[in-house]
Structures are given as structure tokens and as C-alpha cells.
Design a protein around this ligand. Structure first.
Ligand code: WTA
Length: 655
């Protein structure tokens, strides 16, 4: 939620940004993307990618159908995602190739899982799911950490045509049950506990709480990971190892329609209720595999690719699981945090596996910057040839640091803009083709038609700023919001006619390069995680002593944005340090620890307009210690100065 001042600051900085990095000639020569890729016609491009990148049981008969705002792609085609990600590689003699080098968090725990291994495990688990009554169309929830069985579970669902929703392991019981109820999940797959920074996260315990509120879940499959004891409910819970015991590994892949539901990914919007973003089979798979091939310049025979995200978010779905496996990549998958047991864990992993491509988020890069380059310097990172960034605007300093200290001052850095809704990367450099600028995501991907519009819907020219839009459908675009077509239309398609409104501010420079400026709505971006202000406000107001709450974000040097909450307690009660801790915990319990406010300011009143609307803009000014904007519309202007005083004396900060 970048404020106007912030956006102006960003614009000023970018206009001063004159450093450019043309593609290194050696890279350009061997690159998957060549300059003529931009010359291809949109339809010819996606037609060819669809035919050549995927294997079809029945070929599609029509490229796409566009009845705004509803799109269909690759109509008439039949295919299976797990077949494309596994079997065809095995059939083509690449079964012994490693799909995942899995690195557990506890030191020394490793597994190399080949395509043949993965195919067998997926087919076996798919058969186990079938035995548990899962059929084509049965909705399945998955709540796991970064263990190999997570992609196994996802792929097993795709094999039998059961749509999944993966819920990030850091989410609360309420968040999990809310999603399971919305999707009407019948089965939940989880694990006893997950490792995190040497301690454990009680996933099964949280899952139990969630299932108490999600009566539709009749079966819960539990993977043993840490081995600590967890309660199992007779008749409902079954251990993963028991479920696969004696089950064969022959499971023919279900023939799915191009437009069959593949998965839902819930994401925060501008209301308290997360939206179930719909992704379907063929378009999604083609979009993620195509972008992965060109943007990461993947050479499946030689590259070791590492996307250091969590599979619980869209980045992990598209660029740890579906894109890389569809392309036959060898990936690294890491279970733990970057600072365990020490802050050089990532660099140690890169050295040991010879990682050639690394994809991560600016917030992680800024953490490494804060810790200092000496951790990276302890390791040989010379295998790296390409770096990527995603999730939030990357500031030029972080971009430069990343290239210099991780990329030996020579690797291209691709800053990739996209969203849960877009499914695939949309605005990005192509390494070997694009001249890079630190902080710019540069150009729309081939076959993507983007633009920047002003408030009235006029396209702004080079040098202009406004709202980022997408003007034509693309294969992996969301097909809607689950069970809520009106919200789908309202959120993305009502600002401009038949044009997708992304919710991000952007600017185009004289070279027609895009600069992303952050969200223009009530969505915050904290450490690359999307959180809505209203979601956090609802969680706070849910506490019995809270009368009212207003939430906004302020800038943070590491996490990009940090959450600030202004809270009025019932009965005119004053806040206390204990109350502050209690409220933060309450938000963690309602949503998840990622949504905990960094600061809470207790105040007897919130600044409101005469019509009773909370003026978040002013709260943001207070949160960032800025001179206050216009206060003339306030019902009671003294409220803000009171809040300012309190913010300075009471605001507590924690990371
Ligand atoms: C932001 C994550 C600037 C943006 C893949 C978008 C970015 C939201 C970038 C989507 C980037 C993502 N530069 N901003 N390279 N990448 N964003 O759905 O505000 O978790 O709307 O998808 O992240 O977040 P989501």
C-alpha cells in the first residue's frame, strides 16, 4: 500500500536510475529466448507453446474463447498434469534424473528424488487417496511444510482429477477451516509437525482445531515428519504410511479437460474474506512451463534450479512444482529458514548442489544484506548464472547487492512481476535479451499485453504513471473467484471495461520499461506476503476488549512494509504492554503469525470523516512520522494530534 509520497519518491529515484546492464554476449548466445521472441504474434505464440510444451491425450481444437471477463484456453483438449510433470519424462528415458534435491532443515537430512521415484510415489499415493474415497472432483486441502510429500500430494490429486487447495503452514486454524469450508473439502492432508528454526510447528494440532470447525472433512491423512506424538482420531485420521501400505503404484492418469479445475489458491483482497482464486488445467500448466523455460533460461540437462519460496504460496505452486516439473528440471527444495543453523545456510546449499539459478524475494535479499556479505563469501557460489526476484518491488540497492555479492557482479537479475491471479510471471526481463535496470521489471512477457492507464482509462505514454492493467487474456489467468462471480467482476473488471485491473501502481519510462510501485488498494505486502488491512482489523475487533481498530502499513527496511494497528479499547480502557502482546497474539491466532502488527497504538478515538469513514491516509502519515496531509474533512481534528503523541510514546516495535 504505497502512499502518494512514497510513490513520488520511487518515481524520483527511478528517473535518476541510469545504470543499465546489457545482456552478457555469452549468455545471449545460448539463451532460450532470442530477440525475435517479441516479434511473434500473440496467438501464434500461445498456440505453439500449447502444442509443443505439453503432451496431450487429445489435442485442443480452439486456442481460446474470450467472453469478458471470462476466458477459456486450449478448448477441447484432454491432458493430465501429473502425466506432463512425471510420466512423460520417465517414458522418454529421463527417469533417473533428479527432480528434487530435498534438503531437510535438520543438518544432514537429504533426499535425492528422481523423476521415476516421484512418479511411483505419486501414483501410489493417488491410489491411496482413491481407496480413501477421493474421486475426480473431490476437493482436497493440503496443510504441510516443505517436505517432498507436499508436491507428491499435489501431483497425486492432479493425477486423479481431485482439485486441491494448499494452505500455507503458517496459517492459523481459523484460516485453514475458512478455506476448507469455502471449498467444501472432504479430505485434509497434513503432517504431525514441521521443523522450523530448530523447533517444531504443530500442524496436526492446528489441523484438529480447524477440522472441529470444518465438519465436511471426513478423512485426514497425516505424514510422520518429526515423529513426536500427536493425537489421531479413530475413523477420521490415518497415517500416510498406513494409507500407502500394500497399495500398488499403477495408477493411470485421469484424462482431464483443459478447463477442469486444477486448484484454488486463497489470497487476500480488500475485504476480510480471502478469495479462492480459480486456476484450471491446461492454460495454467502451459503458462507456468512456458515462462519458466524462457525467463529462467532452463537447460534441464545441466541446470540446478532453486526457487527458495514456500509451496504454500502461488510462487511455490508455479515455480517449485508445476513449471519446473513440466519442464523436467532438477530443483532444490529446502525445508527450513535461511538462518538455521546459521545465516549462511542458503549459500552452503548453493555450493553443495551447484545451484545455477536462484529465485527469491526482495525481503530475503534485504535480510542477507543486513546480515552482511561475509556469509556468502564463505562459500563458492560460482555455479550461479542467473538470479530472480519476486513478490514486491525490489529497491535498486537490493538489486545491486544481489547481483554483486551473490551473482559475482556478472549474472543477469530478472525482476518478475505477477500475482496469484495471473498464475504466471507477466512482466519480466528475458535474460540474454533484455537490458536490465536495477528496480525495473522491464517488459511484458511475450504473448502478454500490459499497459498503464490513468484514472479515466487512457493509456499513459512513456514517462507516465498510473495503474497497471492487462489488456488481453492469457492462458494461466484466473478463471474467477470461487463461488463469487460478482466479486470477480467487481475486483478486477469494473475499473476499466474488459481490461484487467491488477491493483498495482506502475510507471513506464522512456524506454517503455515498467517500474512497479506497489499496491494502490488496501492490500499490504509484508515480507512478500499479501495481507489485507481489513482482515487484520477484523481479527483485532474479534478480541472481546477491542471496540475499534484501523490498520495500515508503514515502510520497513527489511520486510518492505510492516503492519501498524490503531486500537480503541471498549469502555475507554487504556492500553498496556500486556494488552499489546495479547492483541498481537490474537491476530496470530486468527490469521497467522505473518499478520501480527509490528506496532499497536492505543487511542481513545480513530480519525474519522464526518460521515464516519476512518481516514487511513492520516494514520499512514502518523505511522511514518510524516507531516500530516489534509485534515479538514475530519470530524474532530484534535484526534490525530492525540494519536501522534501516543504513537511516539507508546508504539512498540518487534520484528
Ligand atoms: C506484488 C506473488 C513489484 C504486487 C507472485 C502484486 C510485485 C502482488 C512483484 C502479488 C515485483 C509481486 N515487483 N511488485 N516483481 N511481484 N509483486 O498474489 O503488488 O502473493 O500485486 O503473488 O505482489 O502478490 P501474490
Amino acid at each position: 500500500m504505497a502512499s502518494e509520497t512514497e510513490q513520488h519518491h520511487a518515481i524520483d529515484t527511478m528517473l535518476l536510475e541510469e545504470r543499465t546492464y546489457p545482456p552478457p554476449p555469452e549468455f545471449a548466445k545460448q539463451a532460450n529466448a532470442q530477440p525475435d521472441i517479441y516479434e511473434q504474434d500473440f496467438e501464434a505464440f500461445w498456440e505453439r507453446e500449447g502444442r509443443e510444451r505439453l503432451t496431450w491425450f487429445e489435442p485442443f481444437t480452439k486456442l481460446y474463447e474470450w467472453e469478458p471477463p471470462f476466458a477459456k484456453w486450449y478448448l477441447g483438449g484432454k491432458l493430465n498434469v501429473s502425466y506432463n510433470c512425471l510420466d512423460r519424462h520417465v517414458e522418454q528415458g529421463r527417469g533417473d534424473k533428479v527432480a528434487y534435491h530435498w534438503e531437510g532443515e535438520p543438518a544432514g537430512e537429504q533426499r535425492a528424488i528422481t523423476y521415476a521415484d516421484l512418479q511411483r510415489e505419486v501414483a501410489t499415493f493417488a491410489n491411496a487417496l482413491k481407496k480413501l474415497g477421493v474421486k475426480k472432483g473431490t476437493p482436497v486441502a493440503i496443510y504441510m511444510g516443505m517436505v517432498p510429500e507436499l508436491p507428491v500430494a499435489m501431483l497425486a490429486c492432479t493425477r486423479i482429477g481431485a482439485p486441491h487447495t494448499v494452505v500455507f503452514g503458517g496459517f492459523s486454524a481459523d484460516s485453514l477451516s475458512g478455506r476448507m469450508n469455502d471449498m467444501e473439502c472432504e479430505v485434509l492432508i497434513t503432517q504431525d509437525e514441521a521443523w522450523r528454526r530448530g523447533t517444531t510447528v504443530a500442524l496436526k494440532k492446528t489441523a484438529d482445531e480447524a477440522m472441529a470447525d470444518a465438519p465436511g472433512v471426513r478423512t485426514c491423512v497425516v505424514l510422520r515428519r518429526t515423529g513426536n506424538e500427536v493425537p489421531m482420531q479413530e475413523g477420521r485420521d490415518v497415517w500416510w504410511h498406513d494409507a500407502i501400505d500394500g497399495v500398488g503404484d499403477d495408477c493411470p492418469p485421469e484424462q482431464m479437460d483443459s478447463e477442469d479445475l486444477l486448484f484454488l489458491m486463497y489470497t487476500s483482497g480488500t475485504t476480510a474474506k480471502p478469495k479462492g482464486i480459480i486456476h484450471t488445467t491446461a492454460g495454467y500448466l502451459c503458462g507456468v512451463a512456458t515462462t519458466h523455460h524462457y525467463i529462467f533460461d532452463l537447460k534441464p540437462e545441466t541446470d540446478v534450479y532453486w526457487c527458495a519460496a514456500d509451496i504454500g504460496w502461488i510462487t511455490g505452486h508455479s515455480y517449485i512444482v508445476y513449471g519446473p516439473l513440466c519442464n523436467g528440471a532438477t530443483s532444490v527444495m529446502y525445508e527450513g529458514t535461511p538462518d538455521f543453523p546459521d545465516k549462511d545456510r542458503w549459500w552452503d546449499i548453493i555450493e553443495r548442489y551447484g545451484v545455477t539459478i536462484l529465485y527469491t524475494a526482495p525481503t530475503a535479499i534485504r535480510s542477507h544484506m543486513k546480515w552482511g556479505p561475509e556469509y556468502a563469501q564463505k562459500h563458492d557460489l560460482s555455479s550461479l548464472r542467473l538470479l530472480g526476484s519476486v513478490g514486491e518491488p525490489i529497491n535498486p540497492e537490493a538489486w545491486i547487492w544481489y547481483r554483486e555479492h551473490i551473482g559475482a557482479d556478472s549474472t543477469p537479475v530478472v525482476d518478475t512481476w505477477w500475482q496469484t491471479e495471473t498464475g504466471m510471471i507477466m512482466i519480466t526481463p528475458l535474460p540474454g535479451v533484455t537490458t536490465l535496470k536495477p528496480g525495473s521489471a522491464t517488459k511484458p512477457f511475450p504473448g502478454v499485453d500490459a499497459g498503464v492507464f490513468d484514472e479515466q482509462g487512457n493509456e499513459v505514454g512513456p514517462g507516465g504513471g498510473g495503474y497497471l492493467v492487462l489488456k488481453r487474456p492469457w492462458p494461466s489467468m484466473l478463471r474467477g473467484i470461487f463461488k463469487d462471480p460478482d466479486r470477480y467482476k467487481e475486483t478486477y473488471w469494473s475499473k476499466y471495461e474488459n481490461v484487467y485491473f491488477a491493483g498495482d501502481g506502475a510507471r513506464i519510462d522512456r524506454d517503455a520499461d515498467y517500474w512497479l510501485l506497489g499496491r494502490v488498494d488496501d492490500v499490504m505486502n509484508v515480507a512478500g506476503h499479501r495481507i489485507s488491512t481489513i482482515e487484520v482489523e477484523s481479527a483485532l475487533v474479534d478480541h472481546q476488549e477491542v471496540a475499534e481498530a484501523a490498520v495500515c502499513s508503514r515502510k520497513d527496511a527489511t520486510t518492505g512494509e510492516a503492519i501498524v494497528a490503531y486500537v480503541t479499547l471498549k469502555g475507554g480502557k487504556e492500553g498496556s504492554v500486556e494488552k499489546l502482546a495479547e492483541l498481537r497474539d490474537h491476530v496470530a491466532k486468527k490469521i497467522g503469525p505473518i499478520a501480527k502488527p509490528a506496532n499497536i497504538v492505543f487511542t481513545p478515538e480513530l480519525p474519522k470523516t464526518r460521515s464516519g469513514k476512518i481516514m487511513r491516509r492520516l494514520l499512514r502519515d502518523v505511522a511514518e512520522n510524516r507531516p500530516l496531509g489534509d485534515t479538514t474533512t475530519l470530524a474532530d481534528p484534535t484526534v490525530v494530534s492525540e494519536i501522534q503523541n501516543r504513537a511516539q510514546s507508546e508504539g512498540t516495535e518487534e520484528s
